[in-house]
Design a protein around this ligand. Sequence first.
Ligand SMILES: [Zn+2]
Length: 345
Amino acid sequence: MPDIAMTAAKSRIFHELDFDKPGKQIGYLRVPQSRDGGAWSTIEVPIAIVNGSKGPAVLFTGGVHGDEYEGQIAVSRLAHRLDPQSVRGKLILMPAVDLPAALAGRRMCPIDGRDFNRCLPGDPRGSFCQMLAHFIDTMLLPQVEISVDVHAAGNAMEAALSTTMHWVNDPQVVQRTKALAEHFAAPYNVMFWGVDEGGTMASAAEARGVLAISSEIGGYGRVSVEGVRVAERGLDNVLKWLGMIEGKPDTSQRDGTPGTRHMQVRDQTSYVFAPTDGLFEPLHLAGAQVRAGELAGYLHFVEDWSRPPIPIEFRTDGTIWMAPGSGRVRKGDVVGVVMQPFLGN
Ligand SMILES: [Zn+2]
């Protein structure tokens, strides 16, 4: 039996992996989780390490949210199919970061009720998500130059297939991150302003000088056929771009455009909110072109015949990035997000 390597002095997570050993290791991070009937129980979070010849190092993650499936499939398949003999550099692959949420098909972790993507940089003495976030931040991110965290829009929405990136103050970092997104080559790349969205993988990566993109490729709580294709091709493209596997990135798009389109969510008018609780009927699919004043949908009140449906309008022109489809919404829920072409450099 291999030696059990205790990881960072402060982390309570243990494993039997050697991050520098040549070849492929598929194993688990064991996160202590005492419970009734299991005093020394652990939650085994899957992780793979592929070490080829000397080269770049990347971290690919899926399942940070459990109701987003495309990244779980793409990262898991990549771990199985990569042959370390034909890889340059190091890959760290985690297909289901928030494993309890992935098994439950939920956004929030059922163990501690947290959104994993708000827990970075984490806490070694904290809850399941906080412990794991701390491990990723202190043990995995310092080993890599690039992080790709594959998300989709979850149960509530569907996204026009896109990567996302932060707009940071360093122009060189922006250009390199744009190049990373262009080589992943989703149909769209959406820019955000502001680094700290509250503890995300991308902001933790950026804080450690790691180039980071995320994605929104799917949604409505199901597996998007096109989302899986874009995710798998995107991860392969990044590896080809970095020279980690053989081949040239394929950045072509189904509609004939030569590559990803850089977009932005300009301001608060891009968001459409539900004015009250109700049943939302959307009128458009993600990717549709809309104008300010055009109807986004209707809010219905099936429990109260006296209330006619409320029409809800878009507030700005653009392309629908996030389209809702979950049915019941609450006052203040987002029922649509519109993006516009990126106007910067
Ligand atoms: Zn997500």
